[in-house]
Design a binder for this molecule. Structure first.
Ligand code: DUT
Ligand code: MG
Length: 144
């Protein structure tokens, strides 16, 4: 599927790192590197603008390596990019570690997955179909 994109960053377009990768890494587009103090959050620009086809969204998710090694994650994960959004894609990072983290210009800070979605029409009802689960949740099926 081809998707229209404007690249106002100084970096190459996001690309899949391996043959069957679901996500494309997003790079920080910065004038200078920025330091994220412990528990500090920041909206990082990518310089990218997209036109997703109707019926598709993009999700911004953390990179597990950064999360594991540096406690860096995407605060609103998975961030939602709507098909009708025409603004710059930004990544909301937070540093959950106890040491400062330096985000370098061009660094791959998060990944983006393009996925289909459906909008629903509500069908207002008085009752719902019975199931085995019923209202059980939050660990109702036990541990093993
Ligand atoms: O991580 C994100 C999340 C959102 N957006 C952009 C695209 C999305 O289509 C728009 C709105 O996002 P969202 O619906 O999550 O934010 P909101 O707080 O509900 O704002 P709005 O009232 O504009 O929908 O902001 C990003 O660039 N990065
Ligand atoms: Mg919204």
């Amino acid at each position: 599927m081809s998707v229209k994109i404007i690249n106002q960053s100084k970096h190459p377009l996001p690309s899949y790192q391996t043959e069957h990768s679901a996500g494309m890494d997003l790079r920080a587009n910065l004038e200078t590197s920025l330091t994220l103090q412990p528990l500090q959050r920041v909206l990082v620009p990518t310089g990218l603008f997209m036109e997703l086809p109707e019926g598709y969204e993009a999700q911004i998710r953390p990179r597990s390596g950064l999360a594991f090694k540096h406690g860096l994650t995407v605060l609103n994960s998975p961030g939602t990019i709507d098909a009708d959004y025409r603004g710059e894609i930004k990544v909301l990072l937070i540093n959950l570690s106890d040491t400062p983290f330096i985000v370098e210009n061009g660094e791959r800070i998060a990944q983006m997955i393009v996925a289909p979605y459906q909008q629903v029409r509500w069908q207002l009802a008085e009752e719902l179909t019975d199931t085995t689960r019923g209202t059980g949740g939050y660990g109702s099926t036990g541990k093993s």
